[in-house]
Design a protein around this ligand. Structure first.
Ligand SMILES: [Cu+2]
Length: 117
């Protein structure tokens, strides 16, 4: 039987592995705050690495459909129902985030960029 010190060290190592795995599983989040069908400059580019999970929790002050082109994501958002688009990044590239609003508004408001570090 290993001594208590070794058992404590093994337990600590196992907990460290679990902590790293937990951090790995957490998607990288990019908050998108739409006001008047636009995103502030700092929200316009969300960058992830290939294979990485990302989420785009989005709030809006209008009824609209949010789309992430290239990933076939299409979500209805309203001021009372924020949405969160989730992706597992694939091929390197720049994917437009587009809104479709009432009255035919159709506009690219930002991009998801998949880029190796
Ligand atoms: Cu579109």
């Amino acid at each position: 039987m290993p001594g208590p010190r070794i058992r404590a060290a093994v337990l600590a190592a196992l907990l460290a592995v679990v902590a790293v795995a937990g951090a790995w599983a957490e998607p990288r989040a990019f908050a998108l705050t739409l006001r008047d069908s636009r995103l502030p400059g700092s929200h316009r580019l969300s960058r992830v690495q290939p294979g990485e999970d990302g989420s785009l929790p989005s709030t809006t002050d209008q009824h609209m459909t949010l789309q992430l082109h290239g990933y076939y994501i299409d979500e209805k958002a309203t001021p009372k129902t924020p949405v969160s688009m989730r992706v597992t990044a694939r091929a390197k590239g720049r994917y437009p985030i587009e809104i479709h609003g009432a009255g035919g508004t159709e506009r690219i408001v930002g991009y998801l960029e998949v880029h190796p570090r």
